[in-house]
Design a protein around this ligand. Structure first.
Ligand code: AMP
Ligand code: ZN
Length: 115
């Protein structure tokens, strides 16, 4: 989508530190890490947010979780654990309007909101 930061990263117009890529999904390091490991996993298809998810996108979201585990295994944090966060919309604190999954790992994460 025109003007979208993450679409520009997908197209290679803006550089990123890629950790995984296939035909549908891209993962790269967050530019402002909130943990020792902070990876953003995004669909290559532009979807504004979780709130804009359509029925046909549901399998893709399932695949994203599979890719997250693959990355976790490769980067050796599958066993120690990690946290996946999706900020959605204004109240959810979403700043970049291209659906993305934050994957945080590499230390015992504080700041629990739920649980
Ligand atoms: P959110 O607040 O959930 O929309 O998260 C957007 C995330 O994108 C933030 O954690 C930013 O640090 C990250 N971000 C912004 N620009 C870039 C960039 N060029 N490369 C990597 N991560 C970025
Ligand atoms: Zn986009």
């Amino acid at each position: 989508m025109e003007g979208c930061l993450f679409c520009k990263i997908i197209k290679g117009e803006i550089p990123s530190d890629k950790v995984y890529e296939d035909d549908e999904i891209l993962a790269f390091k967050d530019i402002k890490p909130a943990a020792p490991i902070h990876i953003l996993v995004i669909p290559k298809k532009h979807i504004d947010s979780l709130a804009q998810l359509e029925k046909q996108d549901e399998a893709l979201i399932g695949r994203i979780y599979g890719v997250i585990n693959k990355i976790a295994e490769e980067q050796d944090f599958l066993d120690k654990g990690y946290r996946v966060i999706v900020n959605c919309g204004k109240d959810g604190g979403q700043e970049v309007m291209h659906l993305h999954f934050h994957v945080l790992a590499g230390k015992e994460l504080g700041g629990k909101i739920v649980g």
